[in-house]
Design a protein around this ligand. Structure first.
Ligand code: 4AD
Ligand code: MG
Length: 484
């Protein structure tokens, strides 16, 4: 049965006949496994219900065969009791089935409910010998990564995807509940927001553009977006607080455990702010509130990671959640790094970007609590970062949030709203004409503003303790690999 959140909102204003279309008034007997396992199912004890899903185990005993069926609604599977009169000869590990029966109280401690089957229909057969995953075997994330078209069938990856989906919904709720307006920023854009040149260019695969005698399909070079920030900045000029959450692309040739060519970025932009503190407050609240939400909504899925995949992660996460995030200036951070006895591959030097090894050291130094590093050198941050106009060390009001096990999770800044300073900066970057519109938004009721971007995959890695970023996204894209 479909449930619509819309009902609560419009119940008082719309006639019942229309609402019925939304509420799924059919008498469908289909039950999700999660509902069958929850207390709610006890109300349906005398009814014949129908479940659909995939077989996770088959255990034949003398008289009875026990099957476990999973439909992706929960980590737990529903136990099916199949009496000998039912033909289940082709029902194997991995096959898709539909089962009718009555829910009964289970005599076993492990589950409260089981389904006494009176009909089983094989929908899709499966030869378990050819399936790369073996019954009852716990395969490593690295192993299942080789099968991007099948790995959703494993417990560990289906847990990951449920958590990912719940975290995504919690992020939207966080912003909606805090008065932010969601903006769908474009995927195809003509700007390089970060100015790092890590762009994928977009051109038609066919010769359409050539036929029309154009140089480019859009007349100008166009790219897959590296960040929706500049478009969000436009929108702060009318909505004050805005956010976006969508795919982002970087043609970085790095094969690290925390880089992808396509990843999801959460971006927020706040108008009428003159302080990095406001931005850091949103980052910390977002992190903590989304994490609390999924800890309470998906306890079993989370436990699978915290117990089996990354032992000790529960305690590490608790530490992050119960302590206030720390703050260091970039200059302090460099001092700490230079004074440390650690031998770094890259020497920490004022004016150079922090490397992952430096970020990890700083987080350890701060007691394994996330740390904001603020006020970076003017010369290493993009053109939009607000000039602090300080001396002798010239900095901008930029902030990175570093977290245990990952390093940089968020990057943000106050934006340069002073037209003359922005124009100087654009000239220095050799971009005097490219961003006329960006300059113009500083002329029509411009306000001080700032924001940040959070890498969604890195967030999932951080809370679950997952080593490789390729294991937290359904279909990873990275250099030399675009499977499926
Ligand atoms: O620090 P970045 O590059 O910041 C921006 O793009 C800003 N324009 C965002 C803003 O202020 N609205 O990227 C933001 C975050 C990083 O901190 C990191 O977590 C993630 O995006 N990120 C990546 N995640 C996976 N793979 C990559 N190649 C990533 N590059 C950045
Ligand atoms: Mg960054």
């Amino acid at each position: 049965m479909w449930r619509s959140g819309l009902l609560d909102i419009c119940a008082t204003r719309w006639p019942k006949s229309i609402l019925c279309l939304f509420s799924g008034c059919s008498s469908d007997s289909r039950l999700k496994v999660s509902d069958a396992l929850s207390g709610a199912a006890s109300q349906r004890e005398q009814e014949v219900v129908r479940v659909q899903g995939w077989i996770r185990s088959v255990r034949a005993q003398k008289e009875i065969t026990f099957l476990h069926i999973n439909d992706g609604s929960s980590l737990q599977s529903l136990q099916i009791v199949a009496r000998p009169d039912l033909d289940i000869s082709n029902v194997t590990f991995g096959s898709a089935v539909e089962i009718w029966g009555k829910l009964i109280q289970s005599p076993h401690r492990k589950q409260s409910t089981e389904l006494l089957a009176n009909k089983i229909r094989l929908i899709g057969s499966c030869n378990p010998v050819d399936l790369p995953f073996k019954i009852k075997k716990r395969h490593s994330l690295e192993y299942i990564r080789q099968f991007p078209h099948l790995r959703c069938k494993t417990n560990v990856f289906s847990s990951l995807l449920r958590i990912r989906s719940g975290a995504s919904a919690a992020i939207h709720s966080f912003f909606m509940n805090n008065g932010f307006v969601q903006i769908h920023t474009p995927i195809i854009t003509s700007n390089d927001c970060e100015g790092a040149g890590e762009l994928f260019q977009v051109e038609p695969a066919s010769k359409t553009a050539e036929k029309c005698n154009q140089t480019h399909f859009f007349d100008v070079p166009s790219f897959l977006t590296v960040s929706g920030q500049l478009h969000l900045e436009i929108m702060t000029g009318a909505f004050t607080h805005v956010y976006s959450f969508g795919p982002t692309f970087r043609a970085e040739n790095s094969q690290t455990r925390r880089h992808l060519a396509e990843f999801y970025m959460v971006e927020a932009e706040l108008g009428f702010t003159e302080s990095l503190k406001d931005i850091m407050e949103v980052m910390e609240h977002l992190f903590k509130s989304v994490t609390f939400h999924i800890l309470s909504k998906y306890p079993e899925d989370i436990e699978l990671f915290h117990k089996d995949v990354a032992p000790g992660q529960k305690e590490r996460l608790e530490r992050m959640l119960k302590n206030p995030f720390q703050v260091l200036s970039y200059t302090e951070a460099i001092d700490i790094l230079r004074r440390s006895a650690e031998i770094f591959k890259f020497e920490p030097k004022w004016g150079c970007d922090l490397q992952t090894e430096h970020e990890n050291y700083l987080v350890e130094h701060c007691g394994k609590i996330p740390v904001f590093v603020i006020n970076y050198p003017y010369d290493i941050k993009p053109f939009y970062a607000r000039d602090n106009q300080d001396k002798p060390q010239h900095t901008v009001a930029a902030v990175d949030l570093l977290v245990p096990g990952i390093g940089e999770l968020c990057g943000g800044s106050l934006r340069e709203e002073r037209l003359n300073l922005l124009q100087t900066r654009l000239k220095q970057h050799g971009l005097p004409d490219t961003y006329r519109w960006y300059e113009e938004i500083r002329q029509f009721g411009s306000v001080p503003h700032g924001g940040f971007g959070l890498g969604f995959e890195r967030y999932l890695q951080c809370i679950l303790g997952i080593e490789n970023i390729k294991d937290v996204i359904p279909f990873p894209r990275f250099s030399h690999s675009c499977l499926l």
